[in-house]
Design a protein around this ligand. Structure first.
Ligand code: 21W
Length: 266
């Protein structure tokens, strides 16, 4: 898969792509990341990439001509019509579902904004889709583009070993992950849940499912409505609701918890 990144700060990406699994994927030709810098397309001596906003107000806007030229140059670096994505705080939130969709495309153009963002006409003329990584503010599209590249690349065939792909499937059950433990058996006064030490693989699986459900119920209850709750999970959930309500000091709720449905909870 090829990513063509449009950015005035390509150096931000260099060490990120030079380490660990991403570097190996690039070496194995699973992944290629190329850069086009709008500054290289600026007509003036100072390679100006920004300008003052029409209507006044604070901040600067990315100047349309060099940016458009950069997007066109990057688009021409291959056959076909690559999807053009603008990393934008006003975009749709990136989800694992979207990441899966993007991992099936052979080439993407990622446009990173700086300052207050792009001139709207560049968006109207060149951008297929605007994507945000979440409702918080960062300084530009580069960190969000790295998030998108890493999340997408790890789904490409051959990126990871077999063990990790199996783990991926279990994570995509729609629940948060169960807690992990390794040696030593006691660390600074804390032990390891006994059932993980039993060697009984079926019981370990039951413990992990219960732990994943408890964690999801506590941290992300809204996920339970969407999760395809398995028959095994359905047996465990009422007990967790009861324990949760009891821990929260709601004895009546604890008593009724067993009768409540998953949908009602969230
Ligand atoms: C942030 C520019 C804020 C301008 C809607 C709400 C790309 C980003 C960015 C930035 C403002 C992403 C506005 C999550 C992000 C990015 C730079 C000022 C504009 N429009 N995902 N606010 N968060 N950020 N207000 O910041 O370029 S994807």
């Amino acid at each position: 898969m090829i990513f063509d990144v449009i950015t005035i700060f390509p150096d931000i990406f260099k060490s990120f792509l030079a380490e660990s699994l991403l570097a190996k994927a690039i070496e194995k030709n699973i992944l290629e990341v190329r850069f086009t810098n709008p500054r290289d397309f600026a007509a003036d001596r100072h390679h100006t990439a920004d300008d003052r906003p029409y209507g006044g107000g604070p901040g600067m806007v990315m100047k349309p001509e060099p940016l458009a030229a950069a997007i066109e140059a990057a688009s021409a670096r291959g056959a076909g019509r690559p999807r053009r994505i603008y990393l934008s705080p006003s975009g749709r939130r990136l989800t694992q579902e979207k990441v899966e969709e993007l991992s099936g495309l052979g080439r993407l153009i990622l446009v990173c904004g700086r300052y207050e963002g792009l001139d709207q006409r560049v968006i109207d003329l060149f951008i297929d889709e605007e994507i945000s990584i979440g409702d918080y503010v960062v300084n530009g599209g580069e960190a969000p583009a790295m998030v998108l590249i890493e999340a997408t690349a790890r789904l490409l065939p051959g990126f990871m070993g077999k063990m990790e792909s199996a783990a991926e499937e279990s994570h995509q059950s729609g629940l948060l992950e169960y807690p992990h433990y390794t040696r030593p058996p006691e660390f600074r006064g804390l032990g390891v849940p006994e059932r993980l030490l039993s060697g009984d693989h079926k019981d370990v699986a039951r413990w992990r499912l219960a732990a994943a459900l408890a964690r999801t119920l506590r941290e992300r209850p809204e996920m339970l409505a969407k999760a395809g709750v398995s028959p095994e999970a359905l047996k465990i959930l009422p007990h967790l609701y009861r324990a949760e309500a009891a821990a929260a000091g709601r004895p009546a709720a604890a008593k009724n918890a067993a009768k409540r449905s998953v949908a009602k909870k969230s």
